[in-house]
Design a protein around this ligand. Structure first.
Ligand code: NAD
Length: 461
């Protein structure tokens, strides 16, 4: 199809973990649409145009290669992409504010606002503007005011279409979503724009999975989804703490509780805590909204989800210290996994970072291994050279180590030769399985002192 023949033109502003993969899927599923992903970061765009994509995500490379140069384009020419687009997805970052009013809680909306101003400045024709980024409720109001400020000019219809993909399974999440949520104004133009976006997704998503709501319900639903998911993790992690002091097993409790169909089994695995760029940020955003509207009790309720997560990470470090005779000074600990979850190289807000800093405070020496996250881990731990080493090969990471702390449940760790590992370690050899991934009984029989999470210790002394 020549460029002029495209039925519709889509621009996506922000070529990150969301913008890149979501647009790769749309381009694959809608060959008659031209999809251009733009970003102000030249290195990111260069990477999207290279054989070394800027993010690791199973299945992503194939999807990008199938469409790139045909109907999927990556560029830093933001103005041209906006100017020719019928539909503009805004997929820029909305981190937690680090300054001024709301610091540490509120969403920093400067990138959204700058994008809106750019759209206004460049556009000569009517457009649908889709909020893909996660934003506080009523952010669409702000977009609307900026886009329609001044006299005359084109019309912009704003939609909310939050993204529910989970990193590590982003491609299958997008190709087979539980639901697609589209919020719009309930005006004639709003409903028309809503239908326009529904038609994009209807290329591969059954209509009954397209949920349509008003703008504010859609914006709020994204924050609430992440808050509920994180709440389940904090709930089971709080129970893991009780299990450790009562010799109950959190896996058995979680199975018994989760088999109640009213509760369900997903997101009930205890671990060292949730991470990633979204959960903490989105809950804090919700907390800030509650505070802003004078709902202090509601704010406090959600604040506790984050507090338990912090507690869980520091509890893990304390448990390691206590088990290893109350001192970690100069002891080598191999950290298995640094990514915030398996199948991604993303380390944003990864529990591994807090755990590393906690272990360093105890003056341990760390060697970090991870199949995909070492480049990001090195950036995160800049300045810690000398006390932290990085090693791709787990067998080299554990040479001379006193302990292994498993922090990310990469499935490849299950297949390691733990007898060989045991032989290469200092004795007594400890293993702290922060994700309950490994076969604890087998490890104990090899000779390890094993500390599963939320379960009784298996130790030889
Ligand atoms: N990462 C996830 O798993 C996930 C899932 C669902 C929703 N979200 C939400 O999606 C949004 C994007 O998240 P992400 O992880 O893709 O972020 P990211 O940081 O990976 O990507 C954002 C990109 O936007 C670019 N950008 C910022 N301002 C710009 C501007 N004015 N013009 C052009 N480009 C600009 C940045 O350079 C960056 O490359 C956030 O609101 C996030 O909360 C993320």
């Amino acid at each position: 199809m020549s460029k002029q023949d495209f039925k519709r033109k889509i621009a996506c502003i922000g070529a990150g973990y969301v913008g890149g993969p979501t647009m790769a899927i749309i381009a694959n599923k809608c060959p008659e649409y031209k999809v251009t992903v733009v970003d102000i970061a030249q290195p990111r765009i260069d990477a999207w145009n290279s054989n070394n994509l800027p993010i690791f995500e199973p299945g992503l490379e194939e999807r990008v290669l199938a469409a790139r140069g045909k109907n999927l384009f990556f560029s830093t020419d933001v103005d041209s992409a906006i100017s020719e687009a019928d539909i503009i997805f805004v997929s820029v970052n909305t981190p937690t504010k680090t300054f001024g009013q709301g610091a540490g809680k509120a969403a920093d909306l400067q990138f959204i606002e700058k994008t809106a101003r750019k759209i206004k400045e460049v556009s000569k024709s009517d457009k649908i503007v889709v909020e893909k980024s996660t934003v506080p409720v009523r952010a669409a109001d702000t977009l609307d005011q900026i886009l329609h400020s001044g006299e005359g000019g084109p019309h912009f219809e704003i939609l909310s279409n939050p993204e529910f993909l989970a990193e590590g399974s982003a491609i299958s999440d997008m190709e087979n979503p539980d639901r697609i949520l589209i919020g719009s104004k309930e005006t004639e133009k709003g409903l028309e724009a809503r239908e326009e976006l529904c038609k994009v997704y209807a290329h591969w998503v059954p209509r009954e999975r397209l949920i349509t709501t008003n703008l504010w319900s859609s914006e709020l639903s994204k924050l609430v989804s992440n808050a509920f998911l994180a709440q389940r993790i904090s709930s089971i992690n709080s129970i893991a703490a009780i299990c450790e002091v009562t010799e109950a097993s959190v896996s058995e409790v979680s199975n018994a509780v989760g088999r109640d169909s009213r509760i369900g089994r997903k997101f009930l695995n205890a671990g060292v805590g949730f991470g990633g760029s979204c959960f903490r940020k989105d809950i804090l955003n919700l907390v800030y909204l509650c505070e802003f509207h004078g709902l202090e009790e509601v704010a406090e309720y959600w604040r506790q989800v984050v507090a338990i997560n912090d507690f869980q990470m520091s509890r893990f470090v304390k448990r390691i210290t206590k088990a290893m005779f109350n001192t970690l000074v100069d002891k080598k600990i191999a950290l298995f996994g640094f990514a915030f979850k398996p199948d991604t190289g993303d380390t944003r807000d990864a529990p591994a970072l807090q755990i590393t800093l906690g272990l360093l405070q105890e003056r341990a020496k760390l060697c970090i291994t991870d199949p995909h996250a070492l480049p990001n881990a090195k950036l995160d731990l800049k300045g810690c050279e000398g006390t932290v080493d990085f090693e791709e090969d787990p067998y080299r990471a554990i040479e001379g180590a006193h302990a292994i702390a498993l922090v990310t449940e990469w499935s490849c760790y299950k297949d390691l030769d733990f007898k060989r590992i045991y032989d290469l370690m200092e004795k007594p050899a400890f293993i702290f399985d922060g994700r309950n991934l490994l076969d604890h009984k087998a490890l104990f029989e090899i000779g390890f002192n094993v500390y599963p999470l939320g379960k009784p210790d298996l130790k030889h002394f």
